[in-house]
Design a protein around this ligand. Structure first.
Ligand SMILES: C[S@@+](CC[C@H](N)C(=O)[O-])C[C@H]1O[C@@H](n2cnc3c(N)ncnc32)[C@H](O)[C@@H]1O
Length: 335
């Protein structure tokens, strides 16, 4: 019987037919009061184990239990097997193009039935062939998949497009009566913004051109990237009067003075540069930071967790009926 914390009227002795006497485990109580227990006993609803002398359990019938009760034994006629999953792969990608250990869609369906509800967000951070996302999509869950390998383009994207177009008849399509619909966005991870030079100092990656650098730092600093066509130091803004300027130059006092004069009293400017000379406090409308230091301050470099503390992640416009949200931006733009 399942104990539910301590309740005085659920503390009593139970004698098994074989003679053993049971009391609730230390610090716990029985799940039901004695009167109800006696009723269950006389109804033949108490199981004392195969030897009739073990700790009592209430017998529950399937019809009394809501939904599926997770069970450790998952037979292949219910959740599929490797051969089934290989056939699913062949149906999607052709015979030559197979993964070593694909999972049948029915297996993932069982997992998602147990762990999620319609509309929940399912994360598979090692997407492989995209089975989890495909099943989540067909089950009306939202999803995020992450994949480093090239099969993101050769397998996952084509697979999810088929699911959305209603052109994937395999897997759980029939079980879920899936007809197609929904969509996804795709984001490509940008290269690392910083790298170490041969002396072990952090420097800005050479993969970054000035526009990419400005956009990345706007994100990190919480600014909207909006480069002005006419004012070179207005690369982004946080308010109508607060701007950001990113440059790989070293700025001296003359340049900082000139910038301060242009910004004027009514506006403020955050400057991210490789280095600067002079005392930044001298210009109250300017905040001057060095790029590697400013970026490192936002990261967890050197710790166990390398997560970047970026809070203004890209957001998609409201979609009428979002079903799946992977990592897709159909033009494949860098995020
Ligand atoms: C065994 S597969 C995953 C299978 C899939 N989740 C499933 O249940 O069928 C592992 C995948 O993780 C990808 N991978 C490995 N390291 C990764 C990383 N750091 N970030 C994203 N994907 C990664 C591999 O390319 C491979 O496709």
């Amino acid at each position: 019987m399942t104990a539910q914390g301590y309740r005085p009227n659920q503390m009593y002795e139970i004698k098994a037919p074989g003679g053993n006497v049971f009391t609730p485990p230390e610090g716990r109580c029985w799940s039901t009061i004695e009167e109800r227990f006696k009723q269950l006993l006389s109804d033949g609803r108490i199981f004392f184990g195969m030897n009739n002398n073990s700790q009592p359990n209430i017998i529950r019938y399937l019809s009394e239990v809501e939904g599926h009760v997770p069970w450790t034994w998952w037979p292949h006629d219910e959740v599929g097997h490797t051969d089934e999953s290989k056939k699913e792969m062949h149906g999607l990608f052709g015979k030559i193009d197979s993964f070593d250990t694909p999972k049948p869609e029915r297996l993932i369906k069982r997992v998602l039935e147990i762990a999620t509800n319609t509309g929940d967000l399912v994360l598979d951070s090692f997407a492989g062939s995209g089975t989890t996302g495909a099943v989540a999509h067909k089950m009306g869950r939202r999803w995020i998949m992450v994949e480093l390998g090239e099969h993101c383009h050769t397998h996952i994207i084509p697979r999810l497009k088929k699911v959305i177009d209603g052109a994937d008849p395999g897997g759980i399509t029939k079980f879920t009566n899936w007809k197609g619909g929904g969509g996804f966005r795709y984001y490509r991870l940008a290269p690392s913004l910083l790298e170490k030079d041969k002396w072990g100092n952090w420097i800005i990656s050479k993969d970054y051109n000035p526009a990419m650098l400005a956009e990345a730092l706007c994100k990190l600093e919480g600014f909207t990237y909006a480069p002005s066509d006419t004012v070179y130091w207005q690369q982004g803004r946080s308010t109508e009067s607060d701007f950001i300027y990113v440059t790989t130059q070293t700025l001296g006092p003359e340049q900082l003075q000139a910038l301060s004069d242009e910004v004027g009293r009514e506006r403020s400017l955050l400057i991210l540069c490789s280095a600067f000379r002079g005392q930044p406090d001298a210009w109250p409308n300017l905040t001057v930071k060095k790029i590697p230091k400013a970026v490192l301050a936002k990261c967890e470099w050197g710790h166990d967790d390398y997560s970047l503390n970026v809070e203004n992640l890209p957001r998609a416009p409201e979609a009428p009926k979002p079903m799946g949200q992977l990592a897709m931006d159909m033009d494949g733009g860098d995020a």
